[in-house]
Design a binder for this molecule. Structure first.
Ligand code: ADP
Ligand code: MG
Length: 209
């Protein structure tokens, strides 16, 4: 079971991961966008991190909803509304749950992905975070019977593979699409931050075994 405390730990771990990768994410976005992805994400997750101490008595759904609101209000660009939608849908998927079973985790991850798909209208192969999130949900689903930790390990492996596969893609959504063929040859910045999000969740599950 994934607990409320682990969800808070995950958000803190992801905020730290974003801070440590701020320059890298911005460098990736400099290659194919407008060099602000690291700055955007760090601004949002610094706010989230500052709020976490006020959320210790909230349930998982309320925590995720607060994160959503904070991201939407503090991150500009494409990634604010997209991550905001991911967290909002994730929040709705686990309404009233005190702890999350593997099936609940699957529903959380699936709902987040569906929100991003509806909001951003990107398809697989468009070189976006969808290329990382979508295979990771599939991998989690295939391993869900083995429990959350094993399923999450598979999800992160699939996310990493999905991220590698964005390198040769030509961007078809967002600012990177303005570059046409020049977007080829670089990993997608939002795909990279999405990979880090899943990796930090796995890190928390792994350390509390
Ligand atoms: P902006 O592109 O507005 O500068 P960011 O740099 O913060 O915003 O985020 C860029 C990332 O957002 C991209 O790398 C991509 O992963 C993601 N992205 C952009 N448009 C879409 C979309 N329509 N659907 C899904 N993800 C998208
Ligand atoms: Mg950008």
């Amino acid at each position: 079971m994934v607990t409320q405390a682990q969800i808070l730990q995950w958000l803190e771990a992801y905020a730290t991961e974003i801070e440590e990768n701020k320059a890298y994410l911005t460098e990736l976005d400099a290659a194919i966008g407008d060099a602000d992805h690291g700055i955007n994400m760090d601004r949002g997750f610094k706010k989230v991190s500052a709020q976490l101490p006020t959320l210790t008595d909230k349930n998982i759904s309320n925590i995720l909803k607060t994160v959503s609101m904070t991201l939407i209000s503090s991150i500009g660009g494409a990634s604010g509304p997209l991550y905001g939608t991911w967290f909002l849908r994730a929040s709705t998927a686990v309404a009233d749950k005190q702890e999350l079973t593997p099936q609940d985790m699957l529903e959380l991850l699936q709902a987040g992905l569906e929100g991003v798909l509806q909001r951003g209208k990107a398809q697989i192969g468009d070189k976006t975070m969808v290329d990382v999130l979508s295979p990771s949900v599939d991998a989690f689903r295939q391993a869900v019977e083995e429990g959350t930790l094993k399923a999450m390990q598979q999800a992160v492996a699939a996310a990493q593979k999905g991220l590698q596969e964005t390198i040769p893609m030509q961007a078809r959504k967002g600012r990177a699409s303005y570059l046409g063929e020049r977007s080829i040859g670089h990993p997608d910045p939002g795909g990279t931050s999405a990979y880090l999000m899943l990796k930090s969740l796995l890190g928390v599950l792994d350390s509390s075994r």
